[in-house]
Design a protein around this ligand. Structure first.
Ligand SMILES: C[S@@+](CC[C@H](N)C(=O)[O-])C[C@H]1O[C@@H](n2cnc3c(N)ncnc32)[C@H](O)[C@@H]1O
Length: 306
């Protein structure tokens, strides 16, 4: 995993379009995501695996619970990144037939090293075109923190439907409603305020299809693709605590927006974020503890997939 704090600030076709007040297209989105993941490979799991819910589960474990531990099923992790979810699934049930897909070769290379001897098949491909996977061949498609980044989204859902068996299931971990986690909106707004000093319309236009970020709009989007299935969206909150600067850096590393900040501005943002996340504001910097909480949602589509 690379150091997410070795920060240069980055430019892509996507950020250049925003800077010129244009609406970036899907190629610009892919270019931007590939640059971020090439530069900061493995960054998602650093934050996602540190944050836990009140039952001690991180978001990978919460999603993995939807896969039975005692059956031999075929499971596809869509946009598997560096493979933390696949590793959890393999450790729990050696009878699973595991597959992972991602468009970023650096993330897949990291996934390959941790999944050695697991029999997992990894493919470099976009989620909009899963031609490497046969029709009706997958029992469960999982997608951890990536659906929000995909645009266009409709072909992704169509491909998920095509590869699933008729009694299969599709489950995705996505951003939860901002107000579900105490202080989350303030963290979001603080980071975006620094980013908007450099790119004013970052936020107004964001990565992916905005409909995936709202529970109602996500529900109706998914209902269009799976009209006969049962769709549920549950919300949960995960948190982490520790030395405040470390917590601020890991939390900031989870926001794609923070990657566009230049080093000096990033330092200022981390300082403000540390003040915001400090549990006891009056203690000295060296001993200050911080807490960060974030809302997550788990989408589940089951039954009558076709
Ligand atoms: C936030 S990371 C999540 C990675 C992994 N699922 C995890 O949670 O650790 C998003 C991942 O989605 C991948 N991704 C984004 N859009 C994609 C697309 N259209 N097709 C395939 N992969 C995509 C990126 O390459 C990246 O690895």
């Amino acid at each position: 995993m690379k150091d997410i704090n070795n920060h240069k600030g980055l430019n892509s076709i996507w950020t250049e379009s925003l800077a010129r007040n244009l609406h970036p297209d899907s190629n610009a989105l892919v270019d931007h995501l590939k640059i971020v993941h090439q530069e900061y490979t493995g960054f998602t799991e650093m934050c996602a695996s540190s944050c836990r819910d009140k039952n001690g589960r991180n978001s990978y474990e919460w999603l993995a619970e939807l896969v039975p531990n005692d059956k031999s099923l075929c499971v596809l992790d869509l946009a598997c990144g560096s493979g933390p979810l696949l590793k959890i699934l393999f450790d729990r049930n050696k009878n699973l037939n595991l597959k992972g897909i991602d468009m970023c070769p650096e993330e897949l290379a990291l996934a390959k090293t941790r999944l050695v001897n697991s029999g997992t098949s990894l493919f470099e491909s976009k989620a909009q075109n899963l031609s490497v996977i046969h029709d009706n061949s997958i029992d469960i498609v999982l997608c951890h923190w990536a659906l929000t980044l995909m645009d266009p989204i409709a072909p992704v859902l169509d491909e998920v439907k095509r590869v699933l068996t008729s009694q299969g299931r599709f489950a995705a971990l996505v951003d939860g409603p901002m107000n579900a986690a105490p202080g989350y909106k303030e963290v979001h707004d603080l980071i975006y305020s620094y980013v908007q000093e450099e790119i004013p319309n970052y936020g107004e236009i964001d990565l992916g299809d905005p409909r995936v970020r709202g529970s109602e709009s996500l529900n109706s989007l998914v209902h269009k693709a799976f009209p006969k299935s049962n769709i549920t969206i549950e919300t949960n909150v995960v948190s982490m605590e520790g030395p405040v600067t470390q917590i601020a850096e890991i939390a900031a590393g989870f926001f794609y927006a923070a990657f566009v900040l230049k080093p000096e501005k990033k330092k200022l943002m981390i300082k403000s974020l540390s003040n915001l996340l400090a549990i006891f504001k009056e203690s000295t910097d060296a001993e200050r503890q911080g807490r960060f909480s974030m809302p997550i949602s788990r989408l589940l589509v089951v039954g009558d997939i076709k």
